[in-house]
Write a protein that binds this ligand. Structure first.
Ligand SMILES: Nc1ncnc2c1ncn2[C@@H]1O[C@H](COP(=O)(O)OP(=O)(O)OP(=O)(O)O)[C@@H](O)[C@H]1O
Ligand SMILES: [Mg+2]
Ligand SMILES: [Zn+2]
Length: 172
């Protein structure tokens, strides 16, 4: 049996995480996307529907356990902007003896804002969520990840990869 592997993106909304995993997720990997799970569980089909968030996290957790227990690879397509979200994934990997790869997708803030700005800002009449998140949300996520960069190596990832790191952070 191959060693189970958990790959997790770490990046703000609009960073390019989903674009990366569509292009580069290893063949055969199971993608866990809270956005897509929320959309599937929402009667209105919205990925940002918070009413189904807890159910989406539970479904994602169950599927991660199953895939890792079978020796497979899971790619979490998630912002993981808070250390407790990352700790949850690292705990799941640890339970299964899985290898962990953190993939930091952190373009400059203005790039993430511009990519987010290109999305539909219409608010859903059923759940109240837009696909485009408010700019301050992107800013806060970007700031949280930037602040945590020096701490990531101590969180327990077997491997950390940095995509799109802004030039002013490259020497850290
Ligand atoms: N490397 C890139 N170069 C140019 N445009 C990109 C790149 N990566 C992503 N984009 C564009 O930026 C937008 C956001 O990308 P994407 O949906 O992958 O972000 P995300 O990190 O998954 O965001 P969210 O957390 O909100 O799901 C998309 O319109 C996408 O086409
Ligand atoms: Mg995405
Ligand atoms: Zn909705």
């Amino acid at each position: 049996m191959t060693r189970p592997t958990l790959i997790a993106t770490i990046g703000p909304c609009g960073a390019g995480k989903t674009t990366w995993r569509r292009r580069h997720a290893p063949a055969g990997a199971v993608v866990v996307s809270l956005d897509e799970t929320r959309a599937a569980l929402s009667p209105c089909g919205c990925s940002g529907n918070h009413a189904v968030n807890a159910a989406a996290v539970e479904a994602a957790t169950t599927s991660t356990r199953e895939v890792l227990a079978a020796g497979g690879t899971v790619v979490w397509d998630t912002t993981a902007y808070l250390s407790r979200f990352r700790a949850h994934m690292l705990d799941l990997a640890d339970e299964a003896g899985a290898r962990t790869v953190g993939l930091v997708v952190l373009p400059p803030l203005l790039t993430a804002l511009a990519r987010n700005a290109g999305r539909d800002a219409t608010v859903c009449p059923h759940c109240g969520s837009p696909r485009r998140v408010p700019d301050p949300v992107v800013w806060r996520m970007h700031h949280a990840i930037t602040t945590d960069l020096p701490r990531l190596p101590g969180e327990g990832w077997h491997e950390l990869r940095f995509l799109d790191l802004p030039p002013y952070l490259r020497t850290r």
